[in-house]
Design a protein around this ligand. Sequence first.
Ligand code: GDP
Ligand code: IMO
Ligand code: MG
Length: 422
Amino acid sequence: MTVVLGLQWGDEGKGKILDVMAGEADWVFRAQGGNNAGHTVEIGGEKYVLHLVPSGILRSGVSCLIAGGAVVDPVSLVSEIQGLHDRGVRTRGRLHLAAQAHLVLPQHRAVDRGSEKKRGRGKIGTTGRGIGPAYADKAARVGLRAGELALPWPELSRRILERIRIHNHAARHLGWESIAPSADLREIQTASRFLRPYLCDGVALAHQAVHTGKNILIEGAQGTFLDIDHGTYPYVTSSHCTAGGACTGTGVPPTAIRRVVGVLKAYTTRVGSGPFVTEDGTLGHLLHGMGREFGSTTGRARRCGWFDAVLVRRAVRLNGVTELAMTNLDGLDGLEKIPVCVGYRWRGKILREPPVEASEWDWCRPVYRIFPGWCEPTTEARRWRDLPAKARAYLSALSRLVDAPLGILSVGAGREQTFRHG
Ligand code: GDP
Ligand code: IMO
Ligand code: MG
């Protein structure tokens, strides 16, 4: 079993790498997160953006599971599935939704928007999909789970209404939007009917796939530094995006995992607020000018910066990465000099580990090692030896700095623009 996850702040190209790897897989499990994710896959010029459905759905021989650690907005999931059907992608009998997954309901989106507004300048910059409040209800043990979509409608609607009433009561005091139940309930009723045939015991299904020797990929969402425990708290998401989350989210034990593929960009991006030591407006301007680095879920321009080896080395250790999948090398093709951050200057010291407190990050300045650029296109490369010598030197140096071997290289959004190291 292989876990594929992000080593930075999300959007590393997980969807693309997953799709390539899914060519040899039987199953793809999505362990955590919700429709805050946006995983892009380009096949022969056709672009797909998956939010909650695992990227493996685009390979007809692959089965997919949205596992119990994920949070599911039923109305949005139905529209994602219908969008796939409209494009000729079959899901019935191939896509399964764990009854254990928690539901994202309209009040969660209202709380997400309301708390961001209240935070003002200190806002997290969430995707507004209700993810944090849904995980908060799960932790507070008042959440509803996907399995409850199978209840007779009078009982399900009673449970939802009870929570909406509590929300509307609090909303009056806290200045949040209140929920007008009638329209939302109608949509949820339709979605619950649609989703019933997809429901399963996610853990039993995962165990069956493991014990029958299936080739399984676990698709991570978000990235290591958005993890609720290991990220740049509080500027994080509300799930465990690191390797441990792959186990708790699916019910698969750590001993079943043989390989951890860490996906990362040859530079760094981040959407939303929070620390970003190597952020560089000039690089952002260059990449945005090329039409790159706009969010797949919200369309926001991503913040851009240089490769940060301090962060990625931490991510390699946290996740037990066995190989790197380095994407977007081609984004650096035109540059004469490429800085890489090898340490943080902090109150007169050089740090090799990231600080714990968000406020301490403000005092960190990058220590750069400058690499010569290759100044030629890499997008046509199909083997390691096709890359310019300076690009190979850059990649090999990153691999040494973060202490993990190069596995997969990506020089464009297409499936064919991918090859193995060596
Ligand atoms: P994910 O959330 O990790 O799946 O990443 P996103 O799909 O949000 O963002 C990655 C973006 O980079 C998408 O637009 C991909 O099509 C694109 N992409 C992935 N790998 C490469 C690459 O090697 N080169 C280029 N030019 N684009 C890439
Ligand atoms: P994929 O899977 C990049 C970010 C948001 C915000 C923070 C919290 O495509 O890599 P949330 O809505 O989760 O409460 O927002 O997390 N964020 C992502 N950034 N890629 C993602 O997913 C993200 N999912 C959430 O921008 O900073
Ligand atoms: Mg994304």
